[in-house]
Ligand binder design. Structure first.
Ligand code: GUN
Length: 294
Protein backbone atom coordinates (compact mmCIF):
# COMPACT_ATOMS: atom_id res chain seq x y z
CA UNK A 1 0.00 0.00 0.00
CA UNK A 2 1.46 3.34 -0.94
CA UNK A 3 1.04 6.33 1.33
CA UNK A 4 -0.66 9.45 -0.03
CA UNK A 5 1.24 12.63 0.82
CA UNK A 6 -1.35 15.33 1.48
CA UNK A 7 0.33 18.18 -0.34
CA UNK A 8 -1.05 21.34 1.25
CA UNK A 9 1.41 23.52 -0.61
CA UNK A 10 0.17 22.35 -4.00
CA UNK A 11 -3.51 22.42 -2.99
CA UNK A 12 -3.19 25.91 -1.53
CA UNK A 13 -1.84 27.14 -4.88
CA UNK A 14 -4.92 25.66 -6.57
CA UNK A 15 -7.17 27.37 -4.01
CA UNK A 16 -5.40 30.70 -4.52
CA UNK A 17 -6.07 30.46 -8.27
CA UNK A 18 -9.76 29.78 -7.57
CA UNK A 19 -9.85 32.71 -5.16
CA UNK A 20 -8.31 35.01 -7.76
CA UNK A 21 -11.25 34.22 -10.06
CA UNK A 22 -13.70 34.81 -7.18
CA UNK A 23 -12.13 38.19 -6.40
CA UNK A 24 -12.35 39.22 -10.07
CA UNK A 25 -16.07 38.36 -10.00
CA UNK A 26 -16.53 40.27 -6.74
CA UNK A 27 -14.90 43.37 -8.21
CA UNK A 28 -17.16 43.09 -11.26
CA UNK A 29 -20.26 42.78 -9.06
CA UNK A 30 -19.45 45.22 -6.27
CA UNK A 31 -16.74 47.53 -7.60
CA UNK A 32 -14.20 46.76 -4.88
CA UNK A 33 -12.11 43.78 -3.75
CA UNK A 34 -12.46 42.13 -0.33
CA UNK A 35 -10.23 43.79 2.28
CA UNK A 36 -8.22 42.06 5.01
CA UNK A 37 -6.46 43.99 7.76
CA UNK A 38 -3.62 41.94 9.25
CA UNK A 39 -2.52 43.74 12.41
CA UNK A 40 1.01 43.04 13.64
CA UNK A 41 2.06 44.41 17.03
CA UNK A 42 5.75 44.19 17.90
CA UNK A 43 8.57 42.37 16.15
CA UNK A 44 8.24 38.68 16.93
CA UNK A 45 10.26 37.08 14.16
CA UNK A 46 7.97 34.12 13.49
CA UNK A 47 4.94 36.44 13.44
CA UNK A 48 6.67 38.75 10.95
CA UNK A 49 7.17 35.78 8.61
CA UNK A 50 3.58 34.58 8.99
CA UNK A 51 2.21 38.08 8.38
CA UNK A 52 4.40 38.57 5.32
CA UNK A 53 3.11 35.26 3.91
CA UNK A 54 -0.51 36.23 4.61
CA UNK A 55 -0.18 39.64 2.97
CA UNK A 56 1.73 38.12 0.03
CA UNK A 57 -1.08 35.61 -0.57
CA UNK A 58 -3.63 38.47 -0.49
CA UNK A 59 -1.62 40.36 -3.10
CA UNK A 60 -1.58 37.26 -5.33
CA UNK A 61 -5.37 36.90 -5.39
CA UNK A 62 -6.19 40.62 -5.42
CA UNK A 63 -7.44 41.03 -1.84
CA UNK A 64 -6.81 44.54 -0.46
CA UNK A 65 -4.47 44.08 2.53
CA UNK A 66 -3.12 47.29 4.04
CA UNK A 67 -0.05 46.95 6.28
CA UNK A 68 -0.85 47.72 9.90
CA UNK A 69 2.39 47.37 11.85
CA UNK A 70 2.51 48.77 15.36
CA UNK A 71 5.32 49.05 17.91
CA UNK A 72 5.48 46.54 20.78
CA UNK A 73 4.76 49.30 23.30
CA UNK A 74 1.48 50.32 21.66
CA UNK A 75 -0.94 51.12 24.51
CA UNK A 76 -3.96 48.87 24.89
CA UNK A 77 -6.35 51.82 24.33
CA UNK A 78 -4.64 52.76 21.08
CA UNK A 79 -4.94 49.21 19.76
CA UNK A 80 -8.61 49.18 20.78
CA UNK A 81 -9.15 52.43 18.87
CA UNK A 82 -7.51 50.89 15.78
CA UNK A 83 -9.84 47.88 16.00
CA UNK A 84 -12.82 50.25 16.29
CA UNK A 85 -11.65 52.09 13.18
CA UNK A 86 -11.24 48.86 11.21
CA UNK A 87 -14.68 47.65 12.39
CA UNK A 88 -16.19 50.84 10.93
CA UNK A 89 -14.11 50.85 7.71
CA UNK A 90 -16.30 49.77 4.76
CA UNK A 91 -13.26 48.71 2.70
CA UNK A 92 -12.28 46.13 5.35
CA UNK A 93 -14.13 42.79 5.49
CA UNK A 94 -11.74 40.82 7.68
CA UNK A 95 -9.56 41.71 10.66
CA UNK A 96 -6.79 39.48 11.98
CA UNK A 97 -4.67 40.46 14.97
CA UNK A 98 -1.55 38.32 14.80
CA UNK A 99 -0.83 36.32 17.97
CA UNK A 100 1.06 36.28 20.24
CA UNK A 101 0.53 39.89 21.35
CA UNK A 102 3.24 41.61 23.42
CA UNK A 103 2.87 41.23 27.19
CA UNK A 104 0.99 44.22 28.53
CA UNK A 105 -1.79 43.86 25.98
CA UNK A 106 -4.82 41.93 27.13
CA UNK A 107 -5.46 39.52 24.29
CA UNK A 108 -9.11 38.67 24.93
CA UNK A 109 -10.17 42.33 25.19
CA UNK A 110 -8.65 42.96 21.77
CA UNK A 111 -9.90 39.80 20.04
CA UNK A 112 -13.44 40.18 21.40
CA UNK A 113 -13.59 43.80 20.23
CA UNK A 114 -13.41 42.69 16.59
CA UNK A 115 -16.81 42.81 14.88
CA UNK A 116 -17.88 39.12 14.66
CA UNK A 117 -18.82 39.72 11.00
CA UNK A 118 -15.16 40.61 10.32
CA UNK A 119 -13.63 37.97 12.60
CA UNK A 120 -11.81 35.89 9.97
CA UNK A 121 -9.94 34.00 12.73
CA UNK A 122 -13.25 32.75 14.16
CA UNK A 123 -12.09 33.49 17.71
CA UNK A 124 -14.98 35.75 18.81
CA UNK A 125 -17.37 34.06 21.28
CA UNK A 126 -20.30 34.74 18.91
CA UNK A 127 -18.56 32.79 16.15
CA UNK A 128 -17.38 30.04 18.52
CA UNK A 129 -20.98 29.71 19.72
CA UNK A 130 -22.30 29.51 16.17
CA UNK A 131 -19.79 26.77 15.41
CA UNK A 132 -20.96 24.81 18.46
CA UNK A 133 -24.61 25.19 17.45
CA UNK A 134 -23.88 24.35 13.82
CA UNK A 135 -24.85 27.72 12.33
CA UNK A 136 -23.04 29.18 9.33
CA UNK A 137 -20.06 31.10 10.67
CA UNK A 138 -16.40 32.03 10.24
CA UNK A 139 -14.44 29.13 11.79
CA UNK A 140 -10.74 29.11 12.72
CA UNK A 141 -8.47 28.82 9.68
CA UNK A 142 -6.23 25.88 10.60
CA UNK A 143 -8.96 23.31 11.35
CA UNK A 144 -11.11 24.58 8.47
CA UNK A 145 -8.11 24.19 6.16
CA UNK A 146 -7.64 20.63 7.39
CA UNK A 147 -11.27 19.82 6.51
CA UNK A 148 -10.66 21.27 3.02
CA UNK A 149 -7.51 19.15 2.66
CA UNK A 150 -9.42 15.98 3.63
CA UNK A 151 -12.28 16.86 1.27
CA UNK A 152 -10.13 17.69 -1.74
CA UNK A 153 -8.26 14.41 -1.31
CA UNK A 154 -11.64 12.61 -1.06
CA UNK A 155 -10.87 11.25 2.41
CA UNK A 156 -14.14 10.18 4.06
CA UNK A 157 -14.91 11.56 7.52
CA UNK A 158 -18.46 10.42 8.29
CA UNK A 159 -18.54 7.48 10.72
CA UNK A 160 -14.75 7.50 11.20
CA UNK A 161 -12.99 7.49 14.57
CA UNK A 162 -11.07 10.75 14.79
CA UNK A 163 -8.63 11.54 17.59
CA UNK A 164 -7.54 15.13 18.09
CA UNK A 165 -4.38 15.65 20.14
CA UNK A 166 -4.55 19.06 21.80
CA UNK A 167 -7.45 21.16 23.07
CA UNK A 168 -6.46 24.70 22.11
CA UNK A 169 -9.01 27.30 21.09
CA UNK A 170 -7.17 27.86 17.81
CA UNK A 171 -6.95 24.23 16.66
CA UNK A 172 -8.01 21.35 18.95
CA UNK A 173 -11.47 22.45 20.06
CA UNK A 174 -12.70 23.81 16.71
CA UNK A 175 -11.16 20.79 14.94
CA UNK A 176 -13.25 18.49 17.12
CA UNK A 177 -16.39 20.52 16.37
CA UNK A 178 -15.79 20.53 12.61
CA UNK A 179 -15.15 16.77 12.56
CA UNK A 180 -18.26 16.18 14.69
CA UNK A 181 -20.33 18.35 12.35
CA UNK A 182 -19.29 15.94 9.59
CA UNK A 183 -20.37 12.90 11.60
CA UNK A 184 -16.99 11.65 12.79
CA UNK A 185 -16.78 10.03 16.23
CA UNK A 186 -14.36 12.39 17.95
CA UNK A 187 -12.05 11.95 20.94
CA UNK A 188 -10.03 14.91 22.19
CA UNK A 189 -6.80 14.01 24.02
CA UNK A 190 -4.48 16.32 25.95
CA UNK A 191 -1.61 16.40 28.42
CA UNK A 192 -3.67 14.69 31.14
CA UNK A 193 -5.09 11.91 28.96
CA UNK A 194 -4.49 8.61 30.77
CA UNK A 195 -3.80 6.12 27.98
CA UNK A 196 -2.91 8.24 25.01
CA UNK A 197 -1.56 5.50 22.77
CA UNK A 198 -4.64 3.35 23.30
CA UNK A 199 -6.78 6.27 22.15
CA UNK A 200 -4.75 7.07 19.04
CA UNK A 201 -4.39 3.44 18.02
CA UNK A 202 -8.17 3.24 17.59
CA UNK A 203 -8.21 6.27 15.29
CA UNK A 204 -8.92 6.28 11.57
CA UNK A 205 -7.91 9.96 11.53
CA UNK A 206 -5.32 11.47 13.90
CA UNK A 207 -4.88 15.24 14.11
CA UNK A 208 -1.71 16.07 16.06
CA UNK A 209 -1.81 19.59 17.48
CA UNK A 210 -0.23 19.50 20.90
CA UNK A 211 3.01 21.30 20.06
CA UNK A 212 5.33 18.46 21.12
CA UNK A 213 7.93 17.92 18.40
CA UNK A 214 8.05 14.39 16.96
CA UNK A 215 5.93 12.96 19.78
CA UNK A 216 3.68 10.83 17.58
CA UNK A 217 5.67 7.80 16.50
CA UNK A 218 4.74 4.59 14.74
CA UNK A 219 3.36 3.01 17.93
CA UNK A 220 0.60 5.64 18.12
CA UNK A 221 -0.83 4.87 14.71
CA UNK A 222 -3.17 2.15 13.47
CA UNK A 223 -1.99 0.83 10.08
CA UNK A 224 -3.89 2.67 7.34
CA UNK A 225 -4.81 5.69 9.46
CA UNK A 226 -4.84 9.25 8.07
CA UNK A 227 -2.35 11.45 9.95
CA UNK A 228 -2.58 15.25 10.01
CA UNK A 229 0.33 17.13 11.58
CA UNK A 230 -0.37 20.66 12.80
CA UNK A 231 2.86 21.00 14.79
CA UNK A 232 5.66 23.25 13.66
CA UNK A 233 8.91 23.57 15.63
CA UNK A 234 12.59 23.87 14.85
CA UNK A 235 14.90 21.04 15.83
CA UNK A 236 18.49 21.51 16.98
CA UNK A 237 19.75 21.79 13.39
CA UNK A 238 17.20 24.52 12.73
CA UNK A 239 15.06 22.26 10.53
CA UNK A 240 11.24 22.49 10.75
CA UNK A 241 9.61 19.45 12.31
CA UNK A 242 6.04 18.60 13.25
CA UNK A 243 4.42 16.81 16.17
CA UNK A 244 4.62 13.61 14.11
CA UNK A 245 7.79 11.66 13.39
CA UNK A 246 7.13 11.67 9.64
CA UNK A 247 9.81 9.16 8.65
CA UNK A 248 8.55 6.61 11.19
CA UNK A 249 4.80 7.15 10.65
CA UNK A 250 4.54 7.64 6.87
CA UNK A 251 5.15 3.93 6.06
CA UNK A 252 2.14 2.82 8.16
CA UNK A 253 -0.27 5.68 7.38
CA UNK A 254 -2.61 5.65 4.37
CA UNK A 255 -2.21 9.43 4.06
CA UNK A 256 -0.09 11.99 5.89
CA UNK A 257 0.71 15.70 5.80
CA UNK A 258 4.38 16.73 5.55
CA UNK A 259 5.95 19.52 7.62
CA UNK A 260 6.50 21.97 6.08
CA UNK A 261 4.12 21.99 3.09
CA UNK A 262 1.08 20.32 4.68
CA UNK A 263 -1.27 22.14 7.03
CA UNK A 264 0.59 25.49 7.09
CA UNK A 265 -0.18 26.66 3.54
CA UNK A 266 -3.80 25.49 3.96
CA UNK A 267 -4.19 27.85 6.92
CA UNK A 268 -3.28 30.84 4.75
CA UNK A 269 -5.52 29.76 1.88
CA UNK A 270 -8.38 29.39 4.37
CA UNK A 271 -7.77 32.87 5.77
CA UNK A 272 -8.32 34.20 2.26
CA UNK A 273 -11.41 32.01 1.89
CA UNK A 274 -12.79 33.39 5.16
CA UNK A 275 -12.13 36.95 3.96
CA UNK A 276 -14.03 36.29 0.73
CA UNK A 277 -16.84 34.65 2.73
CA UNK A 278 -16.96 37.60 5.15
CA UNK A 279 -17.26 39.93 2.14
CA UNK A 280 -20.10 37.86 0.66
CA UNK A 281 -21.98 37.62 3.98
CA UNK A 282 -21.60 41.35 4.62
CA UNK A 283 -22.58 42.34 1.09
CA UNK A 284 -25.36 39.75 0.87
CA UNK A 285 -24.08 38.06 -2.28
CA UNK A 286 -23.40 34.44 -3.07
CA UNK A 287 -20.89 33.46 -5.72
CA UNK A 288 -21.14 30.48 -8.02
CA UNK A 289 -17.62 29.57 -7.06
CA UNK A 290 -15.11 28.25 -9.51
CA UNK A 291 -13.62 24.99 -8.29
CA UNK A 292 -10.80 23.09 -9.91
CA UNK A 293 -11.90 19.51 -10.66
CA UNK A 294 -9.89 16.79 -8.94
N1 GUN B 1 -0.65 33.01 15.49
C1 GUN B 1 -0.46 31.70 15.22
N2 GUN B 1 -1.56 31.17 14.63
C2 GUN B 1 -2.46 32.18 14.54
C3 GUN B 1 -3.79 32.25 14.03
O1 GUN B 1 -4.39 31.27 13.54
N3 GUN B 1 -4.39 33.47 14.11
C4 GUN B 1 -3.77 34.55 14.65
N4 GUN B 1 -4.45 35.69 14.70
N5 GUN B 1 -2.54 34.51 15.13
C5 GUN B 1 -1.89 33.33 15.08
Amino acid sequence: MSTIVLNGRELSQTLLKEQQIQVEEIVRLKGRPPGLAVVLVGQDQASETYVRNKRGACAKVGIFAPDINLPADTPQKELEAIIDRLNADPSIDGILVQLPLPSGIEKETILYRIDPAKDVDGFHPVNVGKLVIGLETLAPCTPTGIMTLLDRYHIPVSGKNAVVLGRSLIVGKPMALLLMARDATVTVCHSRTAHLMEETRRADIVVAAMGKPLMVNRDFIKPGAVVIDVGISRNQEGKLVGDVDYAAVAPVASAITPVPGGVGPMTIATLLDNTIRAFCLREGISLQLARTPS
